[in-house]
Design a protein around this ligand. Structure first.
Ligand code: URP
Ligand code: ZN
Ligand code: ZN
Ligand code: ZN
Length: 480
């Protein structure tokens, strides 16, 4: 069993920071020590196999991205990152665990789909991985499958209020699934957009000749998100199920979540970097020499990017400080422009929905520390500790403490990262463009350990495909 000492750094946990050395023995953190500690008179640095010098750097628990879609079949194609390419990019960006969504389409057997996701991920991943289960049509068999999956460590289930005929569950189906969640302790996750409203607006826009990606945004208005978020909260309140609203983008939806939390409900919200930085006007409305006004397809995702004139981003950053929103995940769902996003030339509704960001979440959120929007411990809490607690991994993941997995990132605040596929920039996801081209990051992922194994050294990947293991999760540790 190899031993590693991460010495001279500033350890940052969600509860605070302090100068400390971190000793890792095999796969686990063995001790968090006063800087320069000796052990029974022995110089530790001379006794371990590897010393990582973290002087002047932050030592944080590895990032946990609790919302990814590797090789997801969706929108007539399949997300372009495999478990291999996506988890490698994640590792390079300082993320050491993902929770990916097992997809069930109507009439598909849920447990077969769950096994299919194991088959896709096994032996492929650079870092550890868990699964959420998507439920589309909710049948009696879906409810019994929920119990069986919890025993397998899949303790969270996503339902959709949009995408009729693909994922949509009606309110009665949602009610039944939530009743089951209230009974067995599962976390119920919701894609909260009113699909019926959106489908009419989309048809009307297309009939008017509004076919470019910009209209993906205008036909998914914040009212559709606020209404669905409210309805999901009412169903959670009625049944007693905990509710986690995914990819929140509208400030009005944040307000619904905040109000529910003020009433003491177990209601939680997740946002994503795209909703903190990107907008309807600047991205969905973009045009370029290469793609014309189809350029905006690069940023077609749902919920959509919001107008920069309505205060959503400002409010979202604030909600990260006040804990009205508890977590930042990526909703990593990459598609290339060529042959994938291109399916929607002349009809924005046929553009596969999704943005790829799994590599950049830690860097993008660290910019919130640089600009003074969030504190250093809050950065760790939003990107690692709360995801671990929310989804039943805390103690093993999400914290630098003895007994936890040796999932550690050494982050250099004086380093620099240029994001993009252009010359000299950083991009390792399997996509032919970057949604973050030209973003300049103050800070850099220096070293990454996954269960005690150095997988990124001086920013370069040195890990192994297949090192990543399935995380059998427990029930949420975040409930009030
Ligand atoms: O546009 C998105 N978000 N694609 C992924 C599927 C989902 O709804 O999370
Ligand atoms: Zn969704
Ligand atoms: Zn507010
Ligand atoms: Zn998603």
């Amino acid at each position: 069993m190899a031993t590693t000492l991460i010495s001279g750094g500033t350890v940052v946990n969600a509860i605070g920071t302090g100068a400390a050395d971190v000793l890792i023995d095999g796969e686990k953190i063995a001790a968090v020590l006063q800087p320069g500690s000796t052990l029974l008179g022995h110089d530790l640095a001379a006794s371990v196999d590897t010393v990582v010098d973290a002087t002047g750097k932050y030592v944080i628990p590895g990032g946990i991205d609790a919302h990814t879609h590797m090789q997801m079949p969706f929108g007539g194609t399949e997300a372009s990152d495999t478990f291999e390419t996506g988890t490698r990019a994640a590792a390079i960006g300082g993320t050491t665990s993902i929770v990916d969504f097992v997809v069930q389409y109507p009439d598909e057997n849920i447990l077969d789909r769950y096994q299919a996701w194991h088959d896709k991920a096994a032996g492929q991943c650079a870092i550890d991985y868990g699964f959420h289960q998507i439920l589309s049509d909710v049948q009696d068999s879906s409810l019994t499958a929920m119990d069986e999956l919890i025993a397998e460590g899949v303790t969270s289930f996503k339902l959709f209020m949009a995408y009729e005929g693909v994922f949509l569950s009606d309110d009665g189906q949602i009610l039944r699934a939530f009743q089951k969640g209230a009974d067995n302790g599962a976390m119920m996750m919701m894609h909260a957009e009113n699909g019926a409203i959106i489908d009419v607006l989309v048809q009307q826009a297309l009939a008017r000749g509004e076919t470019s990606p910009y209209f993906h945004g205008t036909t998914r208005p914040w009212q559709a998100e606020e209404e669905a978020t409210h309805r999901a909260i009412m169903l959670a309140d009625l049944t007693g199920a905990p509710l986690y609203v995914v990819h929140v983008s509208a400030k009005q939806a944040v307000e619904q979540i905040a109000e529910a939390r003020d009433r003491g409900l177990n209601v939680f919200g997740e946002t994503c970097p795209q909703y903190l930085y990107l907008s309807l006007e600047d991205q969905l409305g973009a045009s370029s020499a290469e793609w014309g006004d189809f350029e905006g397809a690069k940023w077609v995702c749902s919920t959509p990017l919001r107008s920069k004139h309505e205060g959503h981003q400002h409010h979202m950053w604030q909600s990260l400080r006040t804990n009205d929103i508890q977590m930042v995940s990526t909703d990593h769902c990459p598609f290339c422009m060529k042959d994938q996003k291109e399916l929607g030339v002349g009809d924005f509704s046929k553009i596969p929905n999704g943005i790829g960001s799994v590599e950049h979440r830690m860097d993008l959120m660290y910019q919130g520390v640089v600009t003074g929007q969030i504190t250093l411990p809050r950065w760790v809490e939003l990107t690692s500790t709360t995801p671990a607690r929310m989804f039943g991994m805390y103690g093993q993941k999400g914290v630098i403490q003895p007994g936890a997995d040796g999932d550690v990132v050494v982050y250099d605040p004086n380093g620099h990262t240029s994001i993009g596929i252009g010359e000299g920039r950083s991009h390792h996801m399997n996509m032919d463009y970057s949604a973050w081209e030209g973003y300049e990051i103050d800070g850099r992922v220096d070293t990454v350990l996954s269960r005690g194994r150095v997988v990124v050294d001086a920013g370069g990947y040195i890990g192994d495909k297949g090192h990543g293991r399935y995380i059998k999760r427990g029930l949420s540790q975040y409930l009030v």
